[in-house]
Ligand binder design. Structure first.
Ligand SMILES: Cc1ncc(COP(=O)(O)O)c(C=O)c1O
Length: 248
């Protein structure tokens, strides 16, 4: 959101409008940013409200966001048309936060990582993919370091999606990245006992909590890929823990 927030500030905007599902970490993040930077926030939420609200939505309200629950059909229309300003001072941010201004922010994540690696030549950066925007931007900051994306949705479209963002937002294609499907556990936000047991073991061994929608699936995939010999011996695997813990 970094450069979207700069832009909103430069335009003198006083309200951020965005949209997401009931478990959207992006909704949580926009609400938190609104509180931090002293601007109002509105979130269109897909589907009927179910009370008590889950921690993501309740947290958004606690951070001052106005939630507007809309039917799946209406949500689909909003997505298709794109969010529009509703009054002067409104700054719309698309679902998941992925737009042209998201790219430089995620590129900086890659650039910052590069400065921290002892042995970049033998490193792979791993990231969970939802919209694919984070990975698309990240790859542009990695100077050719391999990047591995784990899609948390089924459908097998992530490679095309990331290529699409690269074309649309950076005007070129970027090398040395790959997405690997097959670790969605049935689809977006779907879980299995095996996933929960992996997350629990991971926490016991490392003290690091994972979320069930994104990072749990990514770390599970990494461990499977290590076992199957995907990574060369001696590799450093840098896994981006992108958050989402309030959803747990
Ligand atoms: C915790 C977390 N990790 C990773 C992602 C993936 O980001 P992107 O949608 O940019 O692919 C998301 C997206 O919402 C997320 O909430």
């Amino acid at each position: 959101m970094k450069y979207n927030l700069f832009e909103a500030g430069q335009q003198g905007c006083t309200r951020l409008i965005t949209m997401g599902g009931a478990f959207s970490n992006h909704i949580a993040a926009v609400a938190a940013a609104g509180l931090l930077f002293g601007v109002d926030t509105v979130g269109y939420i897909r589907g009927e409200a179910a009370y008590p609200l889950n921690p993501t939505l309740q947290g958004a309200i606690d951070n001052g966001m106005e939630l507007r629950f809309v039917s799946r059909e209406a949500y689909g229309q909003l997505r298709e048309k794109g969010l529009q300003p509703e009054r002067p001072g409104d700054y719309p941010i698309p679902e998941g936060g992925t737009n042209a201004l998201a790219m430089p922010g995620c590129r900086e994540l890659g650039e910052e990582l590069l400065t921290q690696l002892d042995d970049p030549g033998h490193s792979t950066i791993a990231v969970a993919c939802g919209t694919g925007g984070t990975m698309a931007g990240l790859v542009t900051g990695l100077q050719g370091l391999p990047c591995l994306g784990i899609p948390v949705l089924k459908g097998g479209f992530m490679t095309t999606t990331v290529q699409g963002y690269h074309g649309l937002f950076t005007g070129r294609q970027w090398p040395h990245w790959q997405t690997i499907d097959g670790f969605h556990f049935g689809g977006y936000a779907k879980t299995t006992p095996e996933l929960f047991s992996f997350m629990a073991n991971f926490y016991t061994q490392t003290g690091i909590p994972l979320d069930k929608v994104y990072t749990g699936k990514m770390f599970y995939a990494i461990f499977q890929l290590i076992q199957s010999g995907y990574f060369a011996p001696g590799s450093t695997i840098v896994s981006i823990h992108s958050g989402g813990l309030q959803g747990n």
